[in-house]
Design a protein around this ligand. Structure first.
Ligand code: GUN
Ligand code: ZN
Length: 430
Protein backbone atom coordinates (compact mmCIF):
# COMPACT_ATOMS: atom_id res chain seq x y z
CA UNK A 1 0.00 0.00 0.00
CA UNK A 2 1.34 3.41 -0.90
CA UNK A 3 0.27 6.68 0.61
CA UNK A 4 -3.26 7.87 0.00
CA UNK A 5 -3.46 10.89 -2.30
CA UNK A 6 -6.56 13.02 -2.74
CA UNK A 7 -6.45 15.13 -5.90
CA UNK A 8 -8.96 17.95 -6.00
CA UNK A 9 -10.21 19.92 -8.97
CA UNK A 10 -12.92 19.53 -11.58
CA UNK A 11 -13.29 15.75 -12.01
CA UNK A 12 -14.75 14.13 -15.13
CA UNK A 13 -15.05 10.69 -16.63
CA UNK A 14 -17.66 8.61 -18.44
CA UNK A 15 -20.09 6.00 -17.22
CA UNK A 16 -21.54 5.07 -20.64
CA UNK A 17 -20.91 5.50 -24.37
CA UNK A 18 -22.09 8.98 -25.51
CA UNK A 19 -22.54 7.70 -29.08
CA UNK A 20 -25.14 5.20 -27.83
CA UNK A 21 -27.07 7.38 -25.35
CA UNK A 22 -27.60 11.13 -24.85
CA UNK A 23 -24.18 12.44 -23.81
CA UNK A 24 -25.55 14.08 -20.66
CA UNK A 25 -26.50 10.62 -19.35
CA UNK A 26 -22.97 9.31 -19.87
CA UNK A 27 -20.86 11.78 -17.88
CA UNK A 28 -19.72 11.75 -14.27
CA UNK A 29 -18.72 15.33 -13.39
CA UNK A 30 -17.96 17.15 -10.12
CA UNK A 31 -17.19 20.87 -10.24
CA UNK A 32 -15.55 20.71 -6.79
CA UNK A 33 -14.44 17.14 -7.11
CA UNK A 34 -11.91 14.80 -5.63
CA UNK A 35 -10.15 11.65 -6.76
CA UNK A 36 -8.69 9.38 -4.10
CA UNK A 37 -5.86 7.03 -5.11
CA UNK A 38 -3.66 4.56 -3.29
CA UNK A 39 -1.13 1.96 -4.40
CA UNK A 40 -1.70 2.52 -8.10
CA UNK A 41 -5.47 2.22 -7.86
CA UNK A 42 -8.38 4.59 -7.75
CA UNK A 43 -10.28 4.20 -4.48
CA UNK A 44 -13.03 6.79 -4.89
CA UNK A 45 -14.22 9.81 -6.82
CA UNK A 46 -16.80 12.31 -5.64
CA UNK A 47 -17.26 15.67 -4.00
CA UNK A 48 -13.97 17.06 -2.63
CA UNK A 49 -15.35 18.03 0.77
CA UNK A 50 -16.92 14.64 1.45
CA UNK A 51 -13.75 12.79 0.42
CA UNK A 52 -11.62 15.07 2.62
CA UNK A 53 -13.88 14.43 5.60
CA UNK A 54 -13.88 10.67 5.04
CA UNK A 55 -10.11 10.42 4.44
CA UNK A 56 -8.35 12.90 6.72
CA UNK A 57 -5.16 10.82 6.38
CA UNK A 58 -4.88 11.46 2.62
CA UNK A 59 -2.32 13.91 1.24
CA UNK A 60 -4.27 16.56 -0.66
CA UNK A 61 -2.98 17.76 -4.05
CA UNK A 62 -5.13 20.69 -5.12
CA UNK A 63 -5.31 21.36 -8.86
CA UNK A 64 -7.63 24.33 -8.44
CA UNK A 65 -9.77 24.70 -11.57
CA UNK A 66 -7.76 22.00 -13.36
CA UNK A 67 -9.82 19.32 -15.10
CA UNK A 68 -8.95 15.85 -13.77
CA UNK A 69 -9.56 13.18 -16.43
CA UNK A 70 -8.48 9.60 -17.06
CA UNK A 71 -5.08 9.59 -18.81
CA UNK A 72 -5.42 9.60 -22.58
CA UNK A 73 -5.30 6.25 -24.39
CA UNK A 74 -3.78 6.33 -27.89
CA UNK A 75 -5.06 3.23 -29.67
CA UNK A 76 -2.68 3.16 -32.67
CA UNK A 77 0.86 4.52 -32.86
CA UNK A 78 4.22 3.65 -34.34
CA UNK A 79 6.75 4.65 -31.67
CA UNK A 80 9.64 4.04 -34.14
CA UNK A 81 8.29 6.89 -36.29
CA UNK A 82 8.88 9.48 -33.55
CA UNK A 83 11.92 11.02 -35.22
CA UNK A 84 10.30 11.32 -38.67
CA UNK A 85 6.90 12.72 -37.69
CA UNK A 86 5.76 15.61 -39.90
CA UNK A 87 7.58 14.54 -43.08
CA UNK A 88 6.43 16.50 -46.11
CA UNK A 89 4.64 15.86 -49.34
CA UNK A 90 3.86 12.15 -49.73
CA UNK A 91 0.90 9.81 -49.68
CA UNK A 92 0.80 6.42 -47.99
CA UNK A 93 2.89 4.17 -50.23
CA UNK A 94 5.62 6.68 -51.15
CA UNK A 95 5.54 8.05 -47.59
CA UNK A 96 6.35 4.53 -46.34
CA UNK A 97 9.13 4.04 -48.90
CA UNK A 98 10.64 7.53 -48.65
CA UNK A 99 10.51 8.29 -44.94
CA UNK A 100 9.25 5.38 -42.87
CA UNK A 101 11.22 2.36 -43.98
CA UNK A 102 14.65 4.11 -43.86
CA UNK A 103 13.91 5.26 -40.29
CA UNK A 104 12.61 1.84 -39.20
CA UNK A 105 15.83 0.27 -40.53
CA UNK A 106 17.72 1.98 -37.68
CA UNK A 107 15.93 -0.14 -35.07
CA UNK A 108 18.24 -3.07 -35.69
CA UNK A 109 20.27 -1.25 -33.03
CA UNK A 110 19.00 -1.89 -29.50
CA UNK A 111 20.65 1.36 -28.38
CA UNK A 112 18.80 3.42 -30.95
CA UNK A 113 15.53 1.63 -30.18
CA UNK A 114 16.01 2.36 -26.46
CA UNK A 115 16.78 6.03 -27.13
CA UNK A 116 13.65 6.51 -29.24
CA UNK A 117 11.43 4.50 -26.87
CA UNK A 118 12.45 6.79 -23.98
CA UNK A 119 12.03 9.91 -26.12
CA UNK A 120 8.61 8.76 -27.31
CA UNK A 121 7.37 8.01 -23.78
CA UNK A 122 8.73 11.35 -22.49
CA UNK A 123 6.91 13.21 -25.25
CA UNK A 124 3.63 11.37 -24.87
CA UNK A 125 3.65 11.76 -21.08
CA UNK A 126 4.14 15.49 -21.56
CA UNK A 127 1.03 15.40 -23.76
CA UNK A 128 -1.07 13.54 -21.18
CA UNK A 129 -1.09 10.13 -22.89
CA UNK A 130 -0.63 7.35 -20.35
CA UNK A 131 -1.37 4.22 -22.45
CA UNK A 132 -0.90 3.33 -26.09
CA UNK A 133 -0.90 0.46 -28.55
CA UNK A 134 2.25 0.61 -30.64
CA UNK A 135 3.63 -1.02 -33.72
CA UNK A 136 7.35 -1.66 -33.32
CA UNK A 137 9.63 -2.64 -36.26
CA UNK A 138 10.50 -6.08 -37.59
CA UNK A 139 13.42 -6.14 -35.14
CA UNK A 140 12.74 -7.94 -31.84
CA UNK A 141 15.12 -5.34 -30.33
CA UNK A 142 12.52 -2.64 -30.97
CA UNK A 143 9.96 -4.57 -28.92
CA UNK A 144 12.43 -5.32 -26.13
CA UNK A 145 13.41 -1.65 -25.92
CA UNK A 146 9.83 -0.39 -25.84
CA UNK A 147 8.62 -2.85 -23.21
CA UNK A 148 11.71 -2.33 -21.04
CA UNK A 149 11.21 1.44 -21.02
CA UNK A 150 7.43 1.27 -20.47
CA UNK A 151 7.96 -1.32 -17.74
CA UNK A 152 10.36 1.01 -15.91
CA UNK A 153 7.69 3.69 -15.96
CA UNK A 154 4.89 1.35 -14.88
CA UNK A 155 2.79 2.16 -17.94
CA UNK A 156 -0.01 0.03 -19.34
CA UNK A 157 1.11 -0.41 -22.94
CA UNK A 158 0.46 -2.86 -25.73
CA UNK A 159 2.91 -3.42 -28.59
CA UNK A 160 4.18 -6.01 -31.00
CA UNK A 161 6.81 -6.85 -33.54
CA UNK A 162 5.71 -5.53 -36.95
CA UNK A 163 5.85 -8.42 -39.41
CA UNK A 164 6.71 -7.93 -43.11
CA UNK A 165 8.01 -10.52 -45.55
CA UNK A 166 7.49 -8.77 -48.89
CA UNK A 167 7.26 -5.32 -50.50
CA UNK A 168 9.69 -3.87 -47.99
CA UNK A 169 13.42 -3.23 -48.44
CA UNK A 170 16.20 -5.68 -47.65
CA UNK A 171 16.91 -5.43 -43.94
CA UNK A 172 13.26 -4.82 -43.13
CA UNK A 173 11.88 -8.24 -44.04
CA UNK A 174 11.40 -11.36 -41.96
CA UNK A 175 9.80 -14.60 -43.17
CA UNK A 176 6.58 -16.42 -42.33
CA UNK A 177 8.53 -18.68 -39.97
CA UNK A 178 10.67 -16.02 -38.24
CA UNK A 179 7.64 -13.75 -37.87
CA UNK A 180 5.84 -16.59 -36.08
CA UNK A 181 8.83 -17.64 -33.97
CA UNK A 182 9.90 -14.16 -32.92
CA UNK A 183 6.34 -12.97 -32.23
CA UNK A 184 5.68 -16.08 -30.15
CA UNK A 185 8.89 -15.68 -28.14
CA UNK A 186 8.18 -12.00 -27.45
CA UNK A 187 4.56 -12.73 -26.56
CA UNK A 188 5.55 -15.48 -24.12
CA UNK A 189 8.26 -13.34 -22.55
CA UNK A 190 6.34 -10.09 -22.14
CA UNK A 191 2.55 -10.54 -22.23
CA UNK A 192 1.20 -10.04 -18.71
CA UNK A 193 4.53 -8.83 -17.27
CA UNK A 194 3.26 -6.06 -14.99
CA UNK A 195 1.06 -3.82 -17.13
CA UNK A 196 2.51 -4.94 -20.47
CA UNK A 197 0.46 -6.59 -23.19
CA UNK A 198 1.53 -8.13 -26.49
CA UNK A 199 -0.23 -7.56 -29.82
CA UNK A 200 0.28 -9.81 -32.83
CA UNK A 201 1.19 -7.27 -35.53
CA UNK A 202 1.10 -7.96 -39.28
CA UNK A 203 1.82 -4.46 -40.69
CA UNK A 204 -0.79 -4.76 -43.47
CA UNK A 205 -1.68 -7.22 -46.22
CA UNK A 206 0.62 -5.71 -48.90
CA UNK A 207 3.77 -6.36 -46.83
CA UNK A 208 2.90 -9.94 -45.87
CA UNK A 209 2.66 -13.07 -48.00
CA UNK A 210 -0.42 -15.24 -47.48
CA UNK A 211 1.94 -17.69 -45.73
CA UNK A 212 2.94 -15.04 -43.21
CA UNK A 213 -0.67 -13.99 -42.53
CA UNK A 214 -1.52 -17.66 -42.05
CA UNK A 215 1.35 -18.17 -39.60
CA UNK A 216 0.28 -15.14 -37.55
CA UNK A 217 -3.34 -16.31 -37.68
CA UNK A 218 -2.17 -19.63 -36.24
CA UNK A 219 -0.32 -17.81 -33.45
CA UNK A 220 -3.45 -15.80 -32.64
CA UNK A 221 -5.49 -19.01 -32.51
CA UNK A 222 -3.00 -20.30 -29.92
CA UNK A 223 -3.24 -17.02 -27.98
CA UNK A 224 -6.72 -15.59 -28.58
CA UNK A 225 -6.38 -13.55 -25.37
CA UNK A 226 -3.91 -11.12 -26.97
CA UNK A 227 -4.77 -8.24 -29.27
CA UNK A 228 -4.03 -8.33 -33.00
CA UNK A 229 -3.38 -4.99 -34.68
CA UNK A 230 -3.06 -4.07 -38.34
CA UNK A 231 -4.11 -1.51 -40.97
CA UNK A 232 -7.28 -1.70 -43.07
CA UNK A 233 -8.50 0.33 -46.06
CA UNK A 234 -6.58 3.53 -45.40
CA UNK A 235 -6.05 4.79 -48.98
CA UNK A 236 -7.72 3.92 -52.27
CA UNK A 237 -4.34 3.20 -53.96
CA UNK A 238 -3.54 0.76 -51.17
CA UNK A 239 -6.88 -1.03 -51.66
CA UNK A 240 -6.22 -1.40 -55.40
CA UNK A 241 -2.77 -2.84 -54.58
CA UNK A 242 -4.31 -5.34 -52.14
CA UNK A 243 -6.79 -6.46 -54.83
CA UNK A 244 -3.86 -7.13 -57.18
CA UNK A 245 -1.88 -9.05 -54.56
CA UNK A 246 -4.85 -11.12 -53.34
CA UNK A 247 -6.99 -11.63 -56.47
CA UNK A 248 -9.10 -14.31 -54.79
CA UNK A 249 -10.08 -12.12 -51.81
CA UNK A 250 -13.62 -10.72 -51.68
CA UNK A 251 -12.33 -7.44 -50.27
CA UNK A 252 -9.46 -6.08 -48.13
CA UNK A 253 -10.85 -7.46 -44.85
CA UNK A 254 -11.08 -10.89 -46.48
CA UNK A 255 -7.27 -10.97 -46.79
CA UNK A 256 -7.20 -11.03 -42.98
CA UNK A 257 -10.34 -13.10 -42.48
CA UNK A 258 -9.12 -15.90 -44.77
CA UNK A 259 -6.03 -16.40 -42.58
CA UNK A 260 -7.57 -16.23 -39.12
CA UNK A 261 -6.88 -12.54 -38.53
CA UNK A 262 -10.45 -11.37 -37.98
CA UNK A 263 -11.66 -11.44 -34.40
CA UNK A 264 -13.10 -9.53 -31.48
CA UNK A 265 -9.60 -8.76 -30.21
CA UNK A 266 -8.63 -7.31 -33.58
CA UNK A 267 -7.78 -3.60 -33.87
CA UNK A 268 -8.19 -2.36 -37.44
CA UNK A 269 -6.44 0.97 -37.93
CA UNK A 270 -7.97 3.63 -40.22
CA UNK A 271 -10.87 1.56 -41.70
CA UNK A 272 -11.95 4.40 -43.97
CA UNK A 273 -12.95 3.07 -47.39
CA UNK A 274 -14.93 -0.01 -46.42
CA UNK A 275 -17.44 -2.06 -48.38
CA UNK A 276 -20.74 -3.05 -46.76
CA UNK A 277 -19.61 -6.67 -46.34
CA UNK A 278 -16.53 -5.57 -44.45
CA UNK A 279 -18.53 -3.42 -42.04
CA UNK A 280 -21.08 -6.21 -41.55
CA UNK A 281 -18.35 -8.75 -40.70
CA UNK A 282 -16.53 -6.43 -38.30
CA UNK A 283 -19.90 -5.71 -36.68
CA UNK A 284 -20.73 -9.42 -36.33
CA UNK A 285 -17.35 -10.04 -34.70
CA UNK A 286 -17.64 -7.01 -32.41
CA UNK A 287 -14.16 -6.01 -33.57
CA UNK A 288 -12.60 -2.58 -33.06
CA UNK A 289 -11.67 0.18 -35.48
CA UNK A 290 -9.21 2.94 -34.73
CA UNK A 291 -9.88 6.45 -36.03
CA UNK A 292 -6.65 8.32 -36.83
CA UNK A 293 -7.89 11.74 -37.95
CA UNK A 294 -4.64 13.77 -38.08
CA UNK A 295 -3.04 10.98 -40.08
CA UNK A 296 -6.00 10.63 -42.40
CA UNK A 297 -5.86 14.30 -43.34
CA UNK A 298 -2.04 14.62 -43.20
CA UNK A 299 -1.37 11.67 -45.56
CA UNK A 300 -4.52 12.48 -47.52
CA UNK A 301 -6.33 9.22 -46.80
CA UNK A 302 -9.98 10.20 -46.33
CA UNK A 303 -12.77 10.83 -43.83
CA UNK A 304 -13.71 8.11 -41.32
CA UNK A 305 -17.48 7.52 -41.08
CA UNK A 306 -17.98 8.01 -37.34
CA UNK A 307 -21.76 8.34 -37.62
CA UNK A 308 -22.16 5.13 -39.60
CA UNK A 309 -19.76 3.06 -37.53
CA UNK A 310 -21.12 4.17 -34.16
CA UNK A 311 -24.52 2.85 -35.24
CA UNK A 312 -23.03 -0.67 -35.22
CA UNK A 313 -21.55 -2.81 -32.43
CA UNK A 314 -18.05 -2.08 -33.70
CA UNK A 315 -15.99 -0.45 -30.94
CA UNK A 316 -14.10 2.70 -31.94
CA UNK A 317 -10.85 4.04 -30.50
CA UNK A 318 -9.02 7.27 -31.25
CA UNK A 319 -5.35 7.53 -32.15
CA UNK A 320 -2.56 9.81 -33.26
CA UNK A 321 -1.02 7.23 -35.62
CA UNK A 322 2.38 8.77 -34.82
CA UNK A 323 4.23 9.46 -37.19
CA UNK A 324 1.72 9.20 -40.09
CA UNK A 325 -0.32 11.39 -37.79
CA UNK A 326 1.05 14.88 -37.49
CA UNK A 327 1.04 15.36 -33.71
CA UNK A 328 1.68 13.44 -30.48
CA UNK A 329 -1.22 15.26 -28.81
CA UNK A 330 -4.56 13.57 -28.18
CA UNK A 331 -6.02 17.09 -27.79
CA UNK A 332 -4.96 17.90 -31.36
CA UNK A 333 -6.30 14.49 -32.39
CA UNK A 334 -9.70 15.26 -30.82
CA UNK A 335 -9.68 18.58 -32.69
CA UNK A 336 -9.03 16.74 -35.96
CA UNK A 337 -11.82 14.25 -35.16
CA UNK A 338 -14.13 17.22 -34.68
CA UNK A 339 -13.03 18.76 -38.01
CA UNK A 340 -13.46 15.47 -39.88
CA UNK A 341 -16.89 15.15 -38.28
CA UNK A 342 -17.79 18.64 -39.50
CA UNK A 343 -16.85 17.69 -43.07
CA UNK A 344 -19.32 14.81 -42.70
CA UNK A 345 -22.02 17.04 -41.15
CA UNK A 346 -21.57 15.26 -37.83
CA UNK A 347 -20.25 17.70 -35.20
CA UNK A 348 -18.99 15.56 -32.32
CA UNK A 349 -19.82 16.87 -28.84
CA UNK A 350 -16.86 17.51 -26.50
CA UNK A 351 -18.17 14.65 -24.34
CA UNK A 352 -17.90 12.34 -27.36
CA UNK A 353 -14.40 13.58 -28.17
CA UNK A 354 -13.15 13.15 -24.59
CA UNK A 355 -14.84 9.74 -24.38
CA UNK A 356 -13.07 8.60 -27.57
CA UNK A 357 -9.67 9.63 -26.15
CA UNK A 358 -10.27 7.81 -22.86
CA UNK A 359 -13.00 5.18 -22.40
CA UNK A 360 -13.55 4.66 -26.13
CA UNK A 361 -9.94 3.80 -26.84
CA UNK A 362 -9.76 1.71 -23.65
CA UNK A 363 -12.85 -0.19 -24.81
CA UNK A 364 -11.29 -0.82 -28.22
CA UNK A 365 -8.40 -2.47 -26.33
CA UNK A 366 -10.82 -4.49 -24.19
CA UNK A 367 -9.50 -2.65 -21.11
CA UNK A 368 -12.41 -0.37 -20.23
CA UNK A 369 -12.50 -1.73 -16.67
CA UNK A 370 -8.86 -0.81 -16.04
CA UNK A 371 -7.93 2.36 -17.96
CA UNK A 372 -9.72 5.30 -19.57
CA UNK A 373 -11.93 5.60 -16.48
CA UNK A 374 -11.80 7.02 -12.94
CA UNK A 375 -14.15 4.38 -11.55
CA UNK A 376 -13.11 2.94 -8.16
CA UNK A 377 -10.97 -0.17 -8.69
CA UNK A 378 -9.45 1.05 -11.93
CA UNK A 379 -5.79 1.93 -12.44
CA UNK A 380 -4.61 5.38 -11.36
CA UNK A 381 -3.64 6.89 -14.71
CA UNK A 382 -4.71 10.52 -14.69
CA UNK A 383 -4.23 13.69 -16.70
CA UNK A 384 -5.00 17.14 -15.33
CA UNK A 385 -5.76 19.84 -17.90
CA UNK A 386 -5.32 23.57 -17.39
CA UNK A 387 -8.29 24.97 -19.33
CA UNK A 388 -6.65 28.42 -19.62
CA UNK A 389 -3.14 27.40 -20.71
CA UNK A 390 -2.50 30.15 -23.26
CA UNK A 391 -3.80 33.72 -23.64
CA UNK A 392 -5.86 32.69 -26.67
CA UNK A 393 -7.52 29.80 -24.84
CA UNK A 394 -7.91 31.72 -21.58
CA UNK A 395 -9.79 34.64 -23.13
CA UNK A 396 -12.25 32.20 -24.75
CA UNK A 397 -12.59 30.05 -21.64
CA UNK A 398 -13.42 33.18 -19.63
CA UNK A 399 -16.66 33.46 -21.64
CA UNK A 400 -17.71 29.85 -21.01
CA UNK A 401 -21.16 29.21 -19.60
CA UNK A 402 -20.58 25.58 -18.65
CA UNK A 403 -17.86 22.92 -18.50
CA UNK A 404 -18.31 21.94 -22.16
CA UNK A 405 -17.77 25.50 -23.34
CA UNK A 406 -14.82 25.67 -20.95
CA UNK A 407 -13.12 22.52 -22.26
CA UNK A 408 -13.81 22.87 -26.00
CA UNK A 409 -11.26 25.71 -26.58
CA UNK A 410 -8.58 23.49 -25.01
CA UNK A 411 -9.61 20.59 -27.25
CA UNK A 412 -9.39 22.82 -30.33
CA UNK A 413 -6.37 24.97 -29.45
CA UNK A 414 -4.57 23.11 -26.66
CA UNK A 415 -1.27 21.28 -26.72
CA UNK A 416 1.25 20.08 -24.12
CA UNK A 417 1.05 23.46 -22.37
CA UNK A 418 -2.46 22.49 -21.29
CA UNK A 419 -1.17 19.40 -19.46
CA UNK A 420 -0.87 20.50 -15.85
CA UNK A 421 -0.09 17.10 -14.31
CA UNK A 422 0.09 13.41 -15.21
CA UNK A 423 -0.12 10.40 -12.90
CA UNK A 424 0.84 6.94 -14.13
CA UNK A 425 0.03 3.89 -12.04
CA UNK A 426 -0.53 6.10 -9.01
CA UNK A 427 2.78 7.94 -9.31
CA UNK A 428 3.27 11.57 -10.34
CA UNK A 429 4.89 11.42 -13.80
CA UNK A 430 4.71 15.12 -14.71
N1 GUN B 1 0.04 1.24 -43.46
C1 GUN B 1 1.06 0.36 -43.35
N2 GUN B 1 2.05 0.84 -42.59
C2 GUN B 1 1.65 2.05 -42.17
C3 GUN B 1 2.24 3.04 -41.32
O1 GUN B 1 3.34 2.91 -40.81
N3 GUN B 1 1.52 4.17 -41.15
C4 GUN B 1 0.29 4.35 -41.70
N4 GUN B 1 -0.37 5.47 -41.47
N5 GUN B 1 -0.28 3.44 -42.49
C5 GUN B 1 0.39 2.30 -42.72
ZN1 ZN C 1 -0.40 2.87 -38.45
Amino acid sequence: MGEKVLMTGRVMDFTADPFKAPWADCVSYEEHGGLLIEGGQILARGAADALKADHPDARVVDYGKGLILPGFVDAHVHFPQTAMIASWGKRLIDWLNTYTFPEEMKFASLDYAAEIAARYLDLTTAHGTTSMVSFCTIHPESVEAFFAEAGKRGQRVVAGKTCMDRNAPEGLRDTAQTAYDQSKALLEKWHGQGRIGYAITPRFSPTSTPEQLEALGALWAEHPEVLMQTHLSEQTDEIAWVKGLYPEARDYLDTYEAYGLLGRNGLYGHSIHLEPREIARLDEMGAAMVHCPTSNTFIGSGLFDMKGITQTKIRVGLATDTGGGSDFSMLRTMAAAYEVGQLRHNPLHPAQLLWLATAGSAGALGMADRIGTLAPGSEADVVVLDLASTPAIAQREAQAGDIWEAVFPTIMMGDDRAVQAVWIGGRAAL
